[in-house]
Ligand binder design. Structure first.
Ligand SMILES: N[C@@H](CCC(=O)N[C@@H](CS)C(=O)NCC(=O)O)C(=O)O
Length: 210
């Protein structure tokens, strides 16, 4: 049994972000696949969400706090820049992704296209249609931010990229990936992120369709 435990279903974008951080750092961990909103997650997350984290009895929740802790406590390549401007950009993007992209790309497009059918529910096409314009605009902003920049915070990978990757992975599985045709910088960034071993090691398994 590993000293580090990550509680939460691997299908969750946030759980995958924490797993990506652990993989990038080369930390051994056990992923205990507890769904959010269940009694079993309560001891690990007082708000009932995932992921929860534990290291030698120290318990933590909130993905960005988990990733920073993992970066600082374990050896392995840094996943947060030290230089103030790059660090501020990382913080900006962690916050922007958790707010403006989680609420639209994840909670509208990914939810309607991938999560609803998993539970045997139909996709609400109208909801997607109503949000498509804002999703496109947010992808444009991201595409602009990645112009002339390898990663969101500069030349090195950071926790911000690990927040974005699971969302883009799911977007790629939906018809709305067509929006990325107008976003060559996101495409370049995605292809480079998807070629990292941490990506392959954290691809979630989908349950059989109901
Ligand atoms: N701010 C939290 C967000 C975690 C979160 O929303 N996780 C999703 C899974 S991807 C969840 O638990 N959703 C259940 C819900 O919204 O009730 C973090 O950064 O860890």
């Amino acid at each position: 049994m590993a000293d580090v435990k990550l509680y939460g279903i691997p299908l969750s974008t946030y759980v995958r972000t924490a797993r990506l951080a652990l993989e990038e750092k080369g930390v051994a961990y056990d992923n205990i696949p507890i769904p959010p909103g269940t009694p079993d997650i309560a001891p690990h997350h007082p708000f009932g969400r995932v992921p929860g984290f534990e290291h030698g009895g120290f318990k933590l929740y909130e993905t960005s706090a988990i990733c920073r802790y993992v970066d600082e406590v374990f050896p392995g390549p840094a996943i947060a820049p030290k230089e103030p401007k790059a660090r501020a950009l990382m913080e900006q993007w962690i916050s922007a992704i958790s707010c403006y992209y989680d609420s639209t790309v994840t909670r509208v497009v990914i939810f309607e296209r991938l999560v609803a059918p998993m539970f045997g529910n139909p996709t609400n096409e109208q909801r997607i249609k109503e949000n498509l314009d804002v999703v496109g605009k947010r992808l444009d902003i991201l595409n602009g931010a990645l112009s002339g920049r390898k990663f969101l915070a500069g030349d090195s990978i950071s926790i911000a990229d690990l927040f974005l990757l699971p969302i883009m992975f799911y977007l790629e599985l939906t018809p709305e990936k067509s929006l990325l045709a107008a976003c060559p910088n996101i495409r370049r960034w995605y292809d480079s992120m998807a070629s990292r071993p941490s990506f392959a090691k954290t691809v979630p398994q989908f349950p059989p369709k109901r």
